[in-house]
Design a protein around this ligand. Structure first.
Ligand SMILES: NC(=O)c1ccc[n+]([C@@H]2O[C@H](COP(=O)([O-])OP(=O)(O)OC[C@H]3O[C@@H](n4cnc5c(N)ncnc54)[C@H](OP(=O)(O)O)[C@@H]3O)[C@@H](O)[C@H]2O)c1
Length: 329
């Protein structure tokens, strides 16, 4: 009988990381799981030790800590953004530790027609991975959602639970295809499990494309809320976002994000389905799960969570009705 493969996962305490660690741990007959993480607090919040993972603390800035964590591993799974510029360190440590198999998570954002700084870094990182001599797989998710930890759907859920109005930059008709972190985790484990995936690159997206308007409508419906959609032309929003970006120390919104929102971001997952047996849950199911999760985790007495909670138990009480105030780019 062959021993289980030893797998090290970086970015393990992040949104996707928690799902990936659990998914590998579920296959303990085939994998022994180790996590590379920066802080004990984040490790505890992600429940990594409960899933039986051995945790190696460190960061890519402390190169030795990463090289040490890789010693004796068979497979490396990279979940930290390739846009942070760590690829040279990562690939060098893999070479020194003789870890040949690697699954690297990139992003479909590399296909954007826009020119964010991170695009060049990500493309360069992907090229280095291809040239590294490793048995690599590149996985490119679309927008990832699934828990309070995501920085997209959870914000929309909170906003729609709290406010009766939601501003929509532009017409809101661009497509996106968000993927649930649980589905993405299965694709990553499947890629690490098959030699078919070696040297291959997969876009991993949700079940179906959906517009921003449809996303808002669905969340409001599931929350049992009436929300007024106010479409604001992009030409009015751009100067406001530009100013906001310059005034705030840590802006959560940017002009680039505004443009991205109005770019089609739907990608086929046909190759992942064929090679990895990938299956994505319907967006409605994924977002319902996220609402449930947010309800269960929120502190009691919190106003937003009580709205979410009421909606989760009585989803059909207040049918959603959106009103489009103005339209146009
Ligand atoms: N989120 C999306 O919508 C989305 C869409 C497409 C692609 N992706 C890609 O998918 C991957 C996973 O995304 P995610 O949203 O799940 O990530 P995430 O929640 O932001 O988590 C990233 C993890 O990386 C760790 N990390 C950051 N810098 C590090 C460093 N210098 N050294 C060591 N660890 C470091 C963080 O550690 P701490 O826990 O200590 O902060 C965190 O656990 C990323 O490569 C991302 O670019 C994400």
């Amino acid at each position: 009988m062959t021993r289980p493969s030893r797998v090290l996962i970086s970015g393990a305490a992040g949104l996707t990381g928690a799902f990936v660690v659990r998914e590998f741990a579920r296959h303990s007959d085939r994998f022994t799981v180790a996590a590379f993480a920066r802080s004990a607090e984040r490790v505890a919040a992600a429940g990594l030790e409960a899933s039986g993972a051995k945790v190696h603390y460190g960061s890519f800035e402390d190169r030795e800590s990463f090289c040490r964590a890789l010693e004796g591993q068979d497979i490396y799974v990279h979940l930290v953004s390739l846009g942070f510029g760590h690829a040279p360190t990562v690939l060098d440590c893999c070479r020194l530790a003789r870890v040949r198999r690697g699954v690297f998570v990139s992003t479909t954002a590399i296909f954007t027609d826009l020119d964010p700084e991170s695009k060049v870094i990500r493309l360069e990182a992907e090229a280095r991975i291809r040239d590294s001599g490793m048995d690599y797989t590149i996985i490119r998710p679309t927008m990832i959602f699934g828990t309070d930890e995501d920085r997209n759907m959870s914000r929309l859920i909170r906003h729609l639970a709290r406010w009766p109005v939601v501003p929509v930059p532009g017409p809101g008709t661009s497509l996106m295809q968000p993927v649930h972190a649980a589905d993405l985790a299965k694709a990553i484990v499947a890629a690490a499990s098959t030699s078919i995936a070696i040297g291959r690159e997969y876009n991993v997206s949700g079940a179906d494309p959906i517009t921003y308007n449809q996303t808002l409508d669905l969340i409001a419906e599931l929350l049992g809320r009436r929300v007024l959609r106010v479409h604001v032309p992009l030409r009015l929003m751009i100067p406001l976002f530009w100013l906001y970006e310059r005034l705030m120390a840590h802006p959560r919104l940017s002009v680039e994000k505004l443009y991205r929102l109005n770019e089609d971001r739907a990608f086929s997952n046909a190759e992942a389905r064929q090679d990895l047996g990938f299956e994505a849950m319907a967006f409605r199911e994924g977002i319902s799960r996220e609402i449930d999760e947010m309800t269960n985790r929120a502190p009691s007495g919190d106003r937003v969570s009580s709205i979410i909670s009421r909606a989760a138990t009585h989803p059909s009480k207040a049918p959603f009705r959106a009103i489009v105030m103005a339209n146009g780019r």
